[in-house]
Write a protein that binds this ligand. Sequence first.
Ligand code: ATP
Ligand code: MG
Length: 574
Amino acid sequence: MRASRFHLATLKETPVDAEIISHQLMLRAGMIRRHAAGIYSWLPLGLRILRKVEQIIREEMDRAGALELLMPSFQPAELWQESGRWDQFGPELLRLRDRHDRDACIGPTHEEIVTDIFRREVNSYRQLPLNFYQIQTKFRDEIRPRFGVMRSREFIMKDAYSFDIDKEGMQRSYDIMDQAYINIFDRFGLDYRAVSADSGAIGGSTSQEFHVLADSGEDAIAFSEQGDFAANIETVEALPPRIERSAASAEMQTVDTPGMYTIEDLANGLGVSAQQCMKTLIVEAEDGGLVALVLRGDHELNALKAERLDGVASPLRLAQREQITATLGSDIGSIGPIGLNLKTIVDHSAAVVGDFVCGANQDDKHFINANWGRDCEEPVKADIRNVVDGDPSPGSTGQLKILRGIEVGHIFQLGQKYSESMQAAVLDENGKGIAPFMGCYGIGVTRVVAAAIEQNHDAQGIIWPAALAPFQLAICPINYHKSEVVKQATDDLYQQCLTRGLEVFLDDRALRPGVIFSDMELIGIPHRIVLSERGITAQQFEYKGRSDDSAQELPLDELKTFVDKLYPDQCAPG
Ligand code: ATP
Ligand code: MG
């Protein structure tokens, strides 16, 4: 590709509304453009990368025996009514009505459609196992679309659905997909982890997520530093501390704490550690009332654990400030478990703290030296917090370490949820109808592109892993339009690369070398060769790998073999 024929749309300035680096770099490199919240076009450069991601996925899915098809975005409501999700799905489901007043939605996922296909096309156990997949556009009306294509409303997903006659078959299909995902993410060349996960709204039991590791990741994932335990923090059990509660050493006292509303204010103001302070959160109860949840000040509430508690509303909702002040008579910054007339559940770690600090249920007052069992009843305990670095690892030895990840893939076992509700059955060997056992397997194709950048960039721009780079090699001539020798050498090299099937980008724009170099670094091409008149006279060319600190001068007569060696697998011998 010649730059003069390409739409290279790089921007010098960092767009102000782009918060994270991948979003900034995708805009600056001219990969995507925004039309509305969470709605993007992919420009030619971005599309090249997207296609690479798709191609790797397609090859590995095909190799794993899955069959590609293509399903519609527009989905009739009847199918969703059959599965029961028409009423269950929240506002993420974009519902619409066509000119004949028929209800429909734009597909956020395709369990209903694929089950409809299956029940019409497949009728015997002999046709199983079967795995259908597609790479297709989804729409989810996300409440907070952000970070560009990382969390957009319209995005491309690879989704696959397996069908088996029994549970064992479903497990086998799941294991095959698990391995296919490992192959896919290995081929991307990204640092990732597979972790066990919650199954969320789609249903089913066994489930695993694939996360690309990056500090900006929305998810926290917990790993055992010694064992092989790895899970999304949402699902990880915090084991109760093995230590006894420390004994009370002083009488409880009320202290004035004006202006101290957060745990940090309180710890600083009273000169104690956050661990010593109790954080009391008021959430809505199932019956419309309130429930108090108490955590150590340095711990965070785990919403999934909390909403599973008896009496707590699911999904979890923090109580409104007005309801709290009206019911409890004091503001949120001063609430505590002592003398509180509410159902109260205390995290295991909070329940072993002695002489603690907590709100006194009067504005601007706290208790110090409060003790469970002495100043109030023995607490009702539960695991309601997120695990933290250094917690013991459940299910294996060692301690947990927490890292941030971007969820790029998710595999689930669905069981018979859709095949039963939508009456998709096949005949078994005795002629009896059986609802097949399904699995579903997603990869956020557009999100993978953003995650790859989030993990691989520097101050100059993107550093593509070889498998995803839009071009493999940049040729940057200096004075291409003025120097005949430069033009000749450049055109020869360009031809050689094309003949070899390399994806080469020739920057033949009449621009200053500095501008060309910074564009090539911004868009992240892995290798750069510079040809100049001075170099050619000295029988040299310049080479720089995208992550190299500096360029090197190499003998011109080795240029051909040098280029062949960059991508040896792709070059025909001789
Ligand atoms: P998340 O928790 O990030 O919302 P999810 O659990 O809703 O994801 P799935 O329904 O499992 O996602 O979808 C499969 C994959 O699609 C996800 O692993 C993710 O990579 C991708 N994905 C989901 N929602 C979005 C979105 N709004 N924008 C881009 N990619 C998305
Ligand atoms: Mg989601």
